[in-house]
Design a protein around this ligand. Structure first.
Ligand code: PLP
Length: 374
């Protein structure tokens, strides 16, 4: 990545912090297989166990929890949805595709127009339920930043006898997470959203539950994730987790910059719509649409100015697909196709935000006449 880029796509991935790069480089230079009994192996094992504690502390997982390191959140979500042993899976309609596509028989829980899960609908879906059921509801949505009321989901789950999984990928380091208080059975994290490396994540199992592994082979990670551990990645994850806990107050101050983007864009283009803005949200995310201006047009104009943002949902094979999250929130295809997500991160600056606002404003002035004619 070049220095000139103004990178405002931290929900897609956030750059690794310097301390993370340092520990990873050291580890890569002196690799050990954590299953080996010699000194290099023991060093690797010690590093992994220290990282497990660091990750555990970020979410206050407590002494009974089991943390299984994986290749990221996609694997962790698949591991729990396929391996929990539950017959029925209910997932909110705004989950990440790694949840929604993990099984063909997933039943989706609707969300209200603001992006919050429809709790009454969830309760109705569980009426008279006598099958082993897992509810999967993310703590924070990656497109809107909307925070789901997990405590209320837990109340329903307890009353109806269901287990709960939460994908906390976009919540970690942004909100305090207390797994022991929250009481969910499974929680997913990934390193590259908190300043750690890509390709490392974990599934946290509370209450000493276990899952059926996805992979066959070695007995690593308590027989739940076969394969030589990614030692450098896991150590980087550990350091990132510790820094994310330390830097949470600073992260939450990003709300001022995010709010400035929203205020200024609204002044420039009064017709702009912000999604999820009336619900509780994390500090760094804004998702909006300028009706009539396609996501692609905006993305290309901003890309030419060296600004990296996203069209709401990730681009697949170079095209921008209308977001399933916005569709679930009842947004029209036309507005969903005009969505743009700006997500700030640990190294975002006021100067970058001002630059984004000025370039967006230039783009708006170019397309304005076409918008009013439409
Ligand atoms: N869950 C959420 C909410 C995400 O935002 C992402 C990443 O975009 C994932 C899961 C997948 O994470 P990973 O890239 O570690 O597989």
């Amino acid at each position: 990545m070049t220095q000139e880029l103004v990178y405002l796509d931290h929900n897609a991935t956030t750059p690794p912090k310097p301390e993370v790069c340092e520990i990873m480089l050291q580890t890569l230079k002196f690799p050990g297989n954590a299953s080996a009994i010699h000194k290099a192996g023991r060093e690797a094992r010690r590093g992994i166990e220290a990282a497990r504690q660091q990750v555990s502390r970020l979410v206050n997982a407590g002494p009974k929890a089991v943390i299984i390191f994986t290749s990221g959140a996609t694997e962790a979500n698949n591991l729990v949805l396929k391996g929990s042993g539950c017959e029925r899976i209910l997932a909110s309609a705004t989950e990440h595709p790694s949840v929604l596509k993990a099984r063909p028989d997933i039943e989706t829980i609707p969300v209200l127009p603001g992006g919050i899960i429809d709790l009454a609908a969830l309760d109705r879906m569980l009426e008279g339920n006598d099958r082993a059921t897992l509810i999967s509801v993310m703590l924070v949505n990656n497109e809107t930043g909307v925070i789901q009321p997990l405590d209320k989901v837990m109340e329903i789950a307890k009353r109806r006898g269901a287990l709960v999984h939460t994908d906390a990928v976009q919540a970690a380091g942004r909100l305090p997470i207390d797994l022991q208080k929250l009481g969910v059975d499974y929680l997913t994290l990934t390193a590259h959203k908190i300043g750690g490396p890509q390709g490392t994540g974990c599934l946290v199992l509370s209450n000493c539950v276990s899952v059926t592994p996805l992979l066959s082979g070695g007995s690593q990670e308590k027989n739940m994730r076969a394969g030589t551990e990614n030692v450098a990645g896991i150590l980087g994850f550990g350091v990132a987790a510790e820094l994310a806990a330390r830097d949470m107050t600073a992260f939450r101050k990003l709300a001022a910059l995010r709010d400035r983007i929203e205020t200024e864009l609204k002044k420039i283009a009064p017709a702009i719509r912000f999604f999820g803005a009336d619900a509780p949200r994390v500090a760094n995310t804004t998702l909006f649409a300028l009706p009539g201006a396609s996501s692609e047009t905006q993305l290309i104009a901003l890309d030419l100015a060296g600004i990296c943002v996203s069209g709401g949902s990730a681009c697949a094979s170079g095209t921008v697909k209308a977001s399933h999250v916005l569709k679930a929130m009842g947004v029209s295809d036309a507005d969903a196709g005009a969505a743009l997500r700006v997500s700030l991160g640990w190294n975002s600056t006021e100067k970058e935000v001002d630059y984004f606002i000025s370039k967006w404003s230039e783009m708006y002035n170019r397309v304005k006449s076409r918008l009013s004619a439409a």
